[in-house]
Design a protein around this ligand. Structure first.
Ligand code: HEC
Length: 436
């Protein structure tokens, strides 16, 4: 081609391109506007209603157009900044189970809907309303434990910690697949930690311990926890947790300050393992009780280390800090020296502490070392900081700090070979045939 021809060719290309563009733009502007009924309601149903329904944990409901419309601007802001739905670990969509995060397309749909005037559209196009029961996330438990008496919480400006003990005594070693907490009054319960309580702990008639009772010091062992936004974890078939014979459950409930008298009767739901159990769920734990965060310090960080003594299969992660918590990461160093941050919560938020359950468990080799790295902001820049002038140490109160990182895992080689019915072992193959 000579120069003139090339120019001609380019000019034609340009015309073709512009025509295509014009066509494309007209198509977009001619496209039906984004509406609540057709485009937005399905997203809200799938990703928001779980908390934003009547009686759900969020104060506002997003189940009808009229309820959603006044929140449109705020919804756009919260989804565009990815503050809602709450989820704080990094990693691609699909890495974690029950991941509520929106896709880029879903965020664009909501943004454009709000920018276009948050139109209702034809409600006939909306999906059928979803029914929400404020019930157990995993369905009815095999065993529901109730506190002995409803607790009345006087109006108070102070936090309160109450340790309840449930009456049920496990008559035999019992294997469980899940322990779920259902706060009786979500407005009163700030968070709750479930413990195993040994037989020697004496319980007053009302069913809760005196104010000076210190969990952990009386042989009680913390076994799970609940905070708003918690998701109940159901262990995969074959894996379970053993509750030793004679134990009861106890629950330490943290009630926040409340401006009127409230009452609460929190329950525990126990899901018993059934079938073959091969693995006892294990926990790798990182914490630093010597933490000491200087007043005003914006970036205080410390590390706790642990090593896998056997080949492991990681199921889920959890981190727990209090109000100064800023970020938490688990850095793995594999036996070949390779390093990787396998779990990362770059913007920790005390109000949202969920379990991050891996869609596909991750296998790590014996000798893999984990660094639990927690960072804190005790400066005025941290909007949750109640007092930046104080040095902060480890402690139970929300105004103290903790640095708890947890990795829940199974040993690859463990093969208990137990046959379990309603949580109780009916056949122990490993014992009878002498093999491990
Ligand atoms: C796990 C529960 C949960 C899910 C899922 C959830 N929210 Fe929320 N949302 C809350 C709670 C609790 C609040 C009130 C406290 C707060 O603002 O953090 C809230 C507050 C809000 C607010 C009000 C913020 C303000 O201005 O006060 C908006 C807007 C919002 N959510 C939008 C959404 C949208 C949109 C989705 C889905 C894409 C969603 N949320 C999913 C629990 C949830």
């Amino acid at each position: 081609m000579n120069t003139k021809r090339i120019w001609m060719f380019c000019a034609l290309c340009l015309i073709a391109l512009s025509l295509a563009t014009i066509n494309w733009i007209t198509q977009i502007s001619n496209a039906a506007p984004i509406t609540y009924a057709r485009d937005v309601a399905p997203i809200l149903q799938k990703r928001c209603e779980e908390c934003h329904h009547a009686g759900g944990i969020a104060p506002m409901q997003f189940t009808t157009y009229d309820a959603v419309r006044p929140w449109a601007k705020s919804i756009k802001e919260k989804v565009a900044s990815r503050q809602m739905p709450p989820f704080h670990a990094t990693g691609a969509l699909g890495r974690y189970l029950d991941d509520p995060r929106l896709t880029d397309v879903e965020i664009a749909t909501i943004t454009q809907w709000v920018d276009g005037g948050a139109q209702r559209g034809n409600l006939k196009e909306a999906p059928k309303p979803r029914e929400w029961k404020n019930d157990w996330q995993l369905g009815m438990p095999d065993l529901t434990l109730k506190v002995r008496k409803t607790y009345t919480l006087p109006q108070s400006a102070k936090d309160r910690y109450v340790f309840f003990v449930f009456d049920h005594v496990f008559p035999e070693d019992t294997w469980v697949s899940s322990i779920a907490t259902r706060p009786g009054n979500p407005k009163a319960v700030h968070h709750a930690n479930t413990h195993l309580v040994p037989p020697n702990v004496k319980v007053p008639d009302e069913g809760w311990m005196a104010d000076d009772f210190e969990p952990g010091k009386n042989g009680t062992i913390m076994i799970s926890g609940w905070v708003p936004g918690s998701n109940d974890v159901l262990l995969p078939a074959g894996t379970a947790v053993k509750i030793p014979k004679g134990m009861r459950f106890g629950i330490q409930i943290h009630y926040g300050p409340n401006d009127k008298e409230l009452s609460d009767a929190t329950s525990l739901g126990i899901y018993l393992a059934d079938g073959t159990v091969n693995k006892n769920l294990r926990m790798m734990f990182g914490d630093r009780k010597d933490l000491q965060i200087p007043a005003g310090e914006a970036n205080y960080s410390l590390t706790s280390k642990s090593t896998f003594a056997t080949d492991g299969l990681i199921r889920f992660f959890h981190v727990h800090m209090h109000l100064r918590g800023k970020s938490y990461a688990f850095r793995f160093t594999y036996p070949d020296g390779r390093q990787e941050t396998l779990f990362d919560v770059p913007n920790y938020d005390f109000n949202w502490q969920r379990s991050y359950i891996l869609q596909e468990p991750i296998r790590v080799a014996k000798g893999t070392q984990v660094e639990f790295i927690g960072a804190y902001d005790n400066s005025t820049k941290n909007k949750f900081n109640p007092d930046p002038t104080k040095t902060i140490r480890w402690g139970e109160f929300t105004t103290d700090e903790m640095m708890q990182g947890r990795i829940f895992w199974e040993a690859v080689d463990e093969k208990l070979n137990l046959t379990v019915k309603k949580g109780v072992v009916v056949k122990n193959e490993s014992a009878s045939n002498g093999r491990q």
